[in-house]
Design a protein around this ligand. Structure first.
Ligand SMILES: Cc1cc2nc3c(=O)[nH]c(=O)nc-3n(C[C@H](O)[C@H](O)[C@H](O)COP(=O)(O)O)c2cc1C
Length: 452
């Protein structure tokens, strides 16, 4: 066994003081996610050891910050994306093993009862508890290619879930192919794996490119896979929990509402149905939950897209200092070393063309921090020129789920200073500020106003 799993990663977070432990009992309906939200504000992962109604522990905020990605990739926060791109260049094929910890407990037939899981109801307005950190693994019936992606699943009955998976997402495409030949699609859901598997599952790769090879590339060693008990699908041998089952052909049922990644309630709609056949899990299994739209969700989706953008811009010859696809996935900020007037517009065209979800691209100078929206706005209002620094592309392909045609156009914004401008930026930095401990200066009292 490789020994690379969610548990070893959580130990790393614990040693870095980035993991909080909750021993008191917590209700999986609302209370748990309200505590996760408080932990999110301080960029902490959080482990609930005692969840009402379940013997499983629950973890959240597992990759809530860039710092956690830098720990994973063993590099600085500034170099995380560059390191990702470097590692992704060397895919590593998964390795099939005969068994693994995920087979500690094998529950089939009537014992495959999903009501024992601590499935969380995240927010008011969510119609039911949802599995939100389940990675769906399925084989394309035409090519044999195995896909892996996150797909939310609405708990309906002990052996039945709604699942949201429409094309162009690859799982939807694959299911469509199975349905065409009148077959249910065998699908395994992995809950609680190493973050490299999570990052790979949230990456949009060209159809046919193996998500497990990306996870292996990031880890620089193969993902170990083991065969499911009741379906012909291979799953991470070190995962905490696997749900084995089928997404039914020609069946759609009401699913939702659920608050989505962009913070809208997606209304109830007819969606696919997953029928559970078996549960396998580790002893003392840890259930992972992610609330849509939180920093964890956004970071998971952003990292691979930032790597893709960095790769495209770098190959096109731009001198990229840093770029950000957070806090909203439909926009990016690129900081470059500008060499020519007009170059920022070329960079924006490159980024907008490289990743179709992007609606906004703001290009800033290398002294602007793309992760700090106040700094980006400062550049836009002090350096950007609305009359010639902005271009709009109508009717370009954008984010696909777009009921009101809001995302099918693009804007590029050059927020760089003219090369001829020599005015130096006033630095907010004060020599020594990083060493100031306010408590060493401040007295614990109120008034009087003058003491000397
Ligand atoms: C926590 C989380 C939940 C997600 N839930 C869904 C979902 O319910 N339906 C969906 O289509 N995509 C969902 N996604 C996005 C896909 O997993 C992601 O876009 C992936 O890149 C799809 O890649 P593929 O088309 O190559 O399979 C989710 C992503 C994350 C990180």
């Amino acid at each position: 066994m490789s020994g690379r799993d969610l548990r070893t990663y959580l130990q790393i977070l614990d040693s870095a003081d980035l993991l909080l432990h909750v021993d008191r009992e917590v209700d999986p309906k609302f209370e748990l996610s309200s505590v996760v939200k408080a932990a999110e504000k301080q960029d902490s992962a959080i482990f609930f050891h005692n969840v009402k109604g379940s013997k499983f522990g629950v973890v959240a905020n597992v990759v809530v910050s860039r710092k956690m990605f830098s720990l994973l990739l063993n590099t600085s926060e500034a170099d995380t994306v560059r390191e990702y791109v470097k590692r992704a260049e060397n895919p590593v094929k998964p390795k099939i093993v005969s068994t693994g910890p995920v087979k500690d407990h094998i529950l089939t037939g009537a014992s495959a009862d999903a009501s024992v899981l601590p499935i969380v109801t995240h927010a008011i307005g969510d119609v039911a508890p949802f599995i939100t950190a389940g990675m769906a693994i399925a084989k394309d019936p035409e090519t044999g290619y195995t896909n892996m992606s996150f797909n939310r699943m609405q708990y309906k009955e002990a052996d039945k879930f709604g699942i949201r998976m429409m094309a162009p997402q690859h799982l939807g495409v694959i299911h469509g192919r199975a349905e065409k030949i009148g077959k249910n699609l065998e699908v395994a859901i992995a809950i609680g794996a190493h973050p490299f598997e999570m990052i790979a599952a949230s990456s949009t790769l060209p159809f046919g490119v193996d998500h497990f090879e990306l996870a292996g590339a990031l880890a620089q060693s193969p993902v170990e896979l083991v065969k499911c008990e009741t379906i012909d699908v291979n799953v991470p041998a070190n995962a905490e929990i696997i749900l084995e089952g089928e997404v039914l052909a020609n069946v759609r049922e009401d699913e939702g509402p659920y608050g989505d990644v962009f913070q809208f309630y997606i209304p109830q709609a007819k969606n696919h149905v997953f029928r559970l056949k078996a549960i396998t899990h580790r002893t003392g299994a840890i259930y992972h939950t992610i609330q849509a739209g939180t920093k964890e969700d956004i970071h998971l989706l952003a990292l691979s897209r930032e790597a893709h953008l960095y790769h495209a811009l770098n190959h096109a010859g731009f001198q990229v200092k840093a770029l950000s696809n957070t806090p909203s996935l439909l926009g990016c900020v690129v900081s470059i070393k500008k060499r020519f007037e007009g170059e920022p517009k070329n960079a924006a065209m490159c980024a907008l063309g490289a990743h179709s979800w992007l609606k906004y691209c703001v290009v800033v100078d290398e002294d602007v921090n793309p992760f700090d929206m106040n700094d980006v706005w400062w550049a836009m209002v002090t350096r950007g020129r609305p009359d010639n620094g902005i271009f709009i592309v109508p009717e370009a392909r954008g984010f696909p789920r777009d009921l009101h045609h809001i995302h099918q156009s693009k804007i590029g914004i050059d927020a760089t200073a003219p090369l001829e401008a020599t005015e130096e930026r006033v630095r907010k930095y004060i020599p020594g500020e990083e060493n100031v401990e306010l408590s060493k200066y401040v007295s614990q009292r109120k008034g009087p106003l003058r003491t000397t």
